[in-house]
Design a protein around this ligand. Structure first.
Ligand code: NDP
Length: 255
């Protein structure tokens, strides 16, 4: 299908996991995709290779988020990549996907101010300033999709600080949806539940079985389960959805 033909997309954190699956899906729909990563250049190149193997178009952009100058560096690489391939810097779709979590087993009593600040810098501050910077590149009818988490609706004390950052990113969707409606730019949040991102825990059958019980469908999500939802929101078919919280958790929030 070609639902994103002639479109350009930035997917932050698309060297692996949900971001990679989203980059692949969007490229499969015809978009030129900027594959952003922080440190794993080989993984980002692999995302581009997989896209090109299927006849799609993509390029890598490196920038560590959560440090001074992060968004500026990201957009320098992004604009250079877009100019080389399209002759301009139009950016139709922004997916704020890159994010960091608190390691498992850390009680809220043990969260340090430094860790708290870091989570907010990467998961909330960077997405806000990415949106702010993208405003000059987004055409009428553009798309902004912010990846939240089911943890804004389900309690998990170990992830209190992380969930707070996801509550914050949902506010970007709500308020920018109103701000950008005159330009027909939609802004939405997508909340995954537990999703196999290729990390080692998903190689432990007992752990996967336990996590699977949280979903109404009794399985963990695949990255592509979320990527399909995100990609839909980027298409013209989703033009009437803005400021929404989309539960992409396989029914985990049903309780
Ligand atoms: P992964 O941990 O698999 O990948 C994270 C991606 O973000 C990588 O591409 C990584 O780049 C990039 N990244 C991480 N930190 C930074 C940083 N400081 N600066 C720039 N890039 C960074 O992510 P998931 O696929 O698991 O998650 C994607 C999103 O979905 C996140 O926002 C996460 O919070 C959310 N989510 C995930 C769930 C899950 O179960 N997987 C559940 C609910 C929400 P590099 O590899 O180069 O370091």
């Amino acid at each position: 299908m070609d639902r994103l033909a002639e479109k350009t997309a930035l997917v932050t954190g698309s060297s692996r996991g949900i971001g990679r699956a989203t980059a692949l899906r969007m490229a499969g729909e015809g978009a030129l995709v900027a594959v952003h990563y922080a440190s794993d250049e080989n993984a980002a190149r692999e995302t581009v290779r997989l896209i090109e193997q299927d006849g799609g178009r993509a390029f890598t952009v490196q920038a560590r988020l959560g440090v001074p100058g992060d968004v500026h560096e990201l957009f320098l690489g992004l604009e250079r990549g877009l100019k080389e391939r399209t002759g301009g810097t139009t950016l139709d779709i922004v997916v704020n996907n890159a994010g960091e979590q608190t390691a498992a087993g850390v009680a809220p009593e043990d969260i340090t101010p430094e860790h708290f600040d870091r989570l907010f810098a990467v998961n909330a501050k960077a997405p806000f300033f990415i949106v702010q910077r993208a405003l000059a590149l987004l055409p009428d009818g553009g798309r902004i999709i912010n990846i939240s988490s089911g943890l804004t609706r389900v309690a998990n004390p170990e992830q209190t600080a992380y969930a707070m950052t996801k509550g914050a990113i949902e506010q970007i969707s709500l308020h920018f949806a109103r701000h950008l409606a005159p330009r027909r730019i939609t802004v939405n949040s997508v909340a995954p539940g537990i999703t196999d991102n290729g990390s080692p825990v998903f190689d432990i059958p007992e752990a996967v079985e336990q996590m699977a019980q949280l979903s109404a469908f009794k399985r963990v999500g695949e990255a592509v389960d979320v990527a399909d939802v995100v990609t839909f929101l980027a298409t013209d078919e989703a033009r009437w959805i803005t400021g929404a919280f989309i539960d992409a958790s396989g029914g985990t929030l049903l309780g």
